[in-house]
Ligand binder design. Structure first.
Ligand SMILES: [Mg+2]
Length: 243
């Protein structure tokens, strides 16, 4: 099931994946007049910790809004569970289970109507999505390149490299890394131990370590990446070759 798209994953939960996915969608749509009308699909295969009454506030709701409300919110996230724990545990708490085939089928729905599909995983690359499926397993099935997200606090180099190396060991392709500021960064670049300087140095050092994979920074409540990345081209260039 090879398609044009990107799978947004993280080093952990709460590292800013949704902000990155939303910013990628916005950046793709901003360039759409040049592309002659790019159809951008958005997909969150499963979500937990979502009250069905507040679904518009959820990751899926934010992705759907950013993409201009294509199809339906239910198509963005077909499987929602309430308890804020892993999706399989959250489903179990409701006497249900995560439907693994539906995780794949839900992507195919978007593939049919989109030029590019931005998928946001749940948790980190090795977090469970279903009883016998990790995020990494779905990435392999969908055959999408990864965007690995971490927050730029101290430890970002080690956390990110661990995921990049583990992805490679599984035969998954990393298209880009983004350090996503989940809160404003204090201090100045002139103070080496300030959060701002740590973020900048982490991005610089990571870029050296994983070249030619691009490393971008995304500011808090900002939708522009530094440096700018052509996500459409990256998704196409990283598109899997047919075996
Ligand atoms: Mg999220």
């Amino acid at each position: 099931m090879a398609g044009c798209g990107l799978f947004i994953t993280g080093t952990d939960t709460g590292v800013g994946k949704t902000a990155v996915a939303v910013a990628i969608v916005r950046s793709l749509l901003q360039g759409r007049s040049l592309d002659g009308g790019l159809r951008v699909g958005v997909y969150k295969p499963v979500a937990s910790g979502v009250d069905p009454r507040d679904v518009t506030e959820s990751d899926a709701g934010q992705l759907w809004e950013a993409a201009g409300r294509p199809l339906s919110l239910a198509a963005v996230c077909p499987q929602l569970f309430i308890a804020p724990i892993s999706p399989p545990a959250s489903a179990r708490a409701e006497g249900r289970c995560v439907d693994e085939q539906r995780l794949r089928d839900g992507f195919a729905v978007w593939q049919r109507v989109s030029d590019i599909v931005i998928v946001e995983g749940a948790g980190g690359l090795f977090s469970p999505l279903a009883d016998t499926m990790l995020n990494a397993d779905l990435v392999r099935d969908l055959d999408l390149p990864l965007v690995v997200v971490d927050t730029p606090r101290l430890g970002a180099i080690g956390r990110t490299l661990a995921v990049v190396e583990a992805a490679a060991a599984r035969g998954l392709r990393v298209a880009a890394v983004v350090l996503s500021q989940v809160e404003p960064l204090a201090g100045s670049l002139a103070e080496p131990a300030s959060p701002r300087a740590i973020a900048r140095e982490s991005a610089r050092h990571l870029a050296d370590l994983i070249r030619p994979v691009p490393v971008a920074e995304l500011g808090h409540h900002v939708t522009a990446f530094t440096p700018a990345i052509d996500w459409h081209r990256l998704a196409q260039r990283a598109s899997p070759s047919t075996p």
